[in-house]
Design a protein around this ligand. Structure first.
Ligand SMILES: [Zn+2]
Length: 165
């Protein structure tokens, strides 16, 4: 018998799955092969160790703690989604509320009239007017929306952090 064959039979011997002929052949090999005999003793010792190891029951509170943590994570996720929706909705409302103001402002500076009557002839002319007359209200609108969104985000992050503790 070769060592590779013996190796394959060692675990089968541990499990008691060897026929009488195989058992006899393996025993003969182990009697004359130091390497395989050492491997057999190592396997036997490992098997005995595993058999003697006590099976530890899971701590009773573990599943409760895991479930509680999962529930809290789900709560936080819902809060974050809700907060994001609130911020987006508020920004949209603010933009809607500010839109008439912006339109009034543009009317006041006469740009809509210019656009409607074709008073802007060249592209450069149009760009210059757009830059001068749109830049200030757009920057103001953007800043207000950004500050609003940041403030609402801060409020929601605070609420989420309180729940987490
Ligand atoms: Zn061998």
């Amino acid at each position: 018998m070769r060592c590779e064959q013996a190796d394959e039979m060692l675990t089968a011997r541990l499990d008691g799955r060897l026929s009488d002929d195989e058992e006899a052949a393996l025993s003969a090999h182990l009697a004359e092969c130091d390497r395989c005999r050492a491997e057999w003793h190592r396997l036997e010792a490992l098997d005995a160790l595993l058999a003697a190891a006590p099976t530890l029951p899971a701590p009773a509170a573990l599943s409760t703690r895991v479930l509680a943590r999962l529930e809290r994570r789900e709560q936080v996720r819902r809060l974050l989604v809700g907060g994001l929706a609130l911020v987006l909705g508020t920004v949209s409302l603010a933009a809607l509320a500010l839109a008439p103001v912006l339109t009034d402002l543009l009317n006041a500076v006469g740009l809509l009239t210019l656009l409607l009557t074709g008073g802007l002839t060249t592209l450069g002319n149009l760009l210059a007017v757009l830059l001068v007359r749109f830049a200030v209200p757009l920057v103001a609108l953007f800043t207000v929306s950004l500050l609003l969104a940041l403030a609402l985000n801060g409020l929601w992050l605070g609420a989420v952090r309180r729940i987490r503790v």
